[in-house]
Design a protein around this ligand. Structure first.
Ligand code: ADP
Ligand code: ADP
Length: 221
């Protein structure tokens, strides 16, 4: 589903050059749930951003669902990303002056769907994360775990084949973290969604199919 070959990423400014990723080759199979761990600054977020086509590698090839993405225009890339990939972040990234339902509808605004279809899909996604009773709330009126569940609903509303999650439980206590993790595991099991998750939590990582460790921009196992 995701194939990275010999990926290098160098961040250059006038004065500094940082090699964030050093020759990473990695395949993520369809339906796989992969965790990525490693110390701060080892390149985890960079790797996830490259997998998610949010950032381009300095060198190397990336294929998503058999599609080579390097030739796509920015517009096509955005469209492809919108259809294929859902993102979840540690700090939720919800829009604070939109109600829960409207937040979840956001990815659908880039598609040719009617207002009614958007509402139906968003309501269904919120049902899947157990938040049907919070659709008119604003993000500030929710707990951290609930906010992350809204973010998961937003990530899955367009039925993407891939979910990329950057420390999805990093801001949550263990109870809420486990709830969020259970939702991701269920999604992977029942819908076959391919999931790549960056985490600092060994216990969470152990619940997934495979763990990749990074150190200093390189894969160690
Ligand atoms: P996280 O995704 O874990 O919250 P950040 O994206 O905030 O982490 O940053 C990760 C690392 O990248 C940090 O060490 C930070 O200092 C560094 N970093 C982020 N943005 C820049 C930048 N524009 N220039 C230099 N270093 C950066
Ligand atoms: P992690 O997610 O594992 O904490 P990152 O992928 O954020 O690591 O960062 C990897 C390395 O790249 C770090 O040394 C960081 O300082 C550097 N880095 C990240 N983003 C930038 C950026 N935008 N500009 C310059 N350096 C960056």
């Amino acid at each position: 589903m995701i194939r990275l070959q010999n990926i290098e990423k160098v961040y250059r400014t006038d004065t500094i050059e940082t090699q964030a990723l050093n020759n990473i080759s990695l395949n993520v199979a369809k339906g796989e749930f992969l965790s990525i761990m490693g110390p701060s600054g080892c390149g985890k977020s960079t790797l996830l951003n490259i997998m998610g086509l949010l950032d381009a590698p300095t060198r190397g090839d990336i294929r998503i669902a058999e599609n080579s993405t390097s030739q796509l225009s920015d517009k096509k890339l955005a469209q492809f990303r919108n259809r294929q990939i859902g993102f979840i972040f540690q700090s939720y990234h919800l829009i604070s002056d939109l109600q829960v339902l409207d937040n979840v509808e956001l990815p659908l605004l880039y598609r040719k769907s009617t207002a009614r279809e958007r509402k139906e899909l968003a309501s269904a996604a919120l049902g899947k994360v157990g938040l049907s009773n919070r659709i008119k709330h604003f993000p500030t009126q929710l707990s951290g775990g609930q906010k992350q569940r809204v973010a998961i609903a937003r990530a899955i509303v367009g039925k993407p084949q891939i979910i990329l999650a950057d420390e999805p439980t990093g801001n949550l206590d263990s109870g809420m973290g486990n709830e969020v993790m259970e939702i991701l595991l269920h999604l992977n099991r029942t819908e076959g969604t391919t999931i790549v998750m960056v985490t600092h939590d060994e216990q969470m990582a152990r619940k997934t199919h495979r763990l990749v460790r990074l150190f200093d921009g390189a894969q160690v196992q």
